[in-house]
Ligand binder design. Structure first.
Ligand code: NAD
Length: 263
């Protein structure tokens, strides 16, 4: 299937590793021009080199802290300068810290709001005027199944993600007539660095081995395994492409069948 991504200009948040990295890789492989963003310049440079080695196309690294208003603004301005415009926004960053309610102070709540809702709404505000002017835009948020159902030990995520899904649904309806399609990907369990760390923490808390924890975790996944980040990349490139012309406002679980909700 031809996705029509050649030459499209994309900015991918949280792309130095994990799911953002996988989405950037998939976009580059489809011929898009890609800016990758994350906080740490050295990690970003490393990721850029790895992405070029894997795809043959170099992304443009731009360091940005997506919790900072100035930094988000700088990211969009520099991307516009470098690429001459933005067709695709992949709104992604790290998740809020795990842990039960009483383990979180106010600063963690603030971080969860800034990272999830603040970064997405502000980035959309920054990119949408030019997408409207050009009559094309694709916005894909990387969210979580924690936006769809409660997950024990992820209260910050469970509280902040539904707000992001609500935002995307409303924005999709407002922007449809401008050919700006807005969708959310809700991953289940993917074996990224963050997930590996989360698994270690949970296993330690329960006094079991990580392997045991992962087996137990996978037993609740009908497809019997955690996901490969590449699988999120594959879904994201379709949603972000001109080939996607009729899906907007959707929150799509990609979880091996883990979530049980019907709607
Ligand atoms: P990750 O920790 O592996 O990678 C996060 C990326 O975001 C890194 O590049 C990191 O440098 C960057 N980042 C973190 N904070 C940032 C900030 N303030 N400004 C700019 N960049 C920042 O995470 P991941 O597993 O790739 O997850 C990506 C998103 O998907 C998160 O919101 C996560 O909660 C969600 N998610 C992941 C999984 C999973 O299984 N991996 C499952 C459900 C949801």
């Amino acid at each position: 299937m031809k996705l029509g991504l050649e030459g499209k200009r994309a900015v991918v948040g949280g792309a130095s590793r994990g799911l953002g990295f996988a989405v950037a890789e998939a976009l580059l492989a489809e011929g898009a021009q890609v800016v990758i963003a994350a906080r740490d310049e050295d990690n970003l440079e490393l990721a850029a080199r790895l992405l070029e080695a894997r795809t043959g196309f170099p992304p443009i690294p731009i360091a940005a802290d997506l919790t900072s208003v100035d930094s988000r603004q700088g990211l969009v301005e520099r991307t516009m300068e470098q690429l001459g415009g933005i067709d695709i926004l992949i709104a992604n960053a790290g998740g809020p810290p795990p842990g039960p309610f009483l383990s979180h102070g106010l600063e963690n709540w603030q971080l969860a709001i800034d990272l999830a809702l603040g970064s997405v709404t502000h980035l959309c505000r920054l990119v949408i005027p030019s997408m409207m002017a050009q009559g094309f835009g694709r916005i894909v948020q990387i969210v979580s199944i924690a936006g769809l159902e409660a997950i024990d030990g992820l209260i910050l995520s469970n509280a902040s993600r539904p707000a992001v899904l609500g935002f995307a649904k409303a924005l999709a309806r407002e922007m449809a007539s401008h050919n700006i399609l807005v969708n959310s990907i809700c991953p289940g369990v993917f074996m990224t660095d963050r997930m590996t760390q989360l698994a270690k923490e949970r296993a330690t808390t329960r006094g079991i081995k990580v392997e045991e924890y992962l087996d137990e975790f996978s037993s609740d996944i009908p497809l019997g395994r955690p996901g490969n980040p590449r699988e999120v990349g594959d879904l994201a490139v379709f949603l972000a492409s001109p080939r996607n012309s009729y899906i907007t406002g959707a929150a799509i679980p990609i979880d091996g069948g883990k979530t049980r909700r019907l709607y």
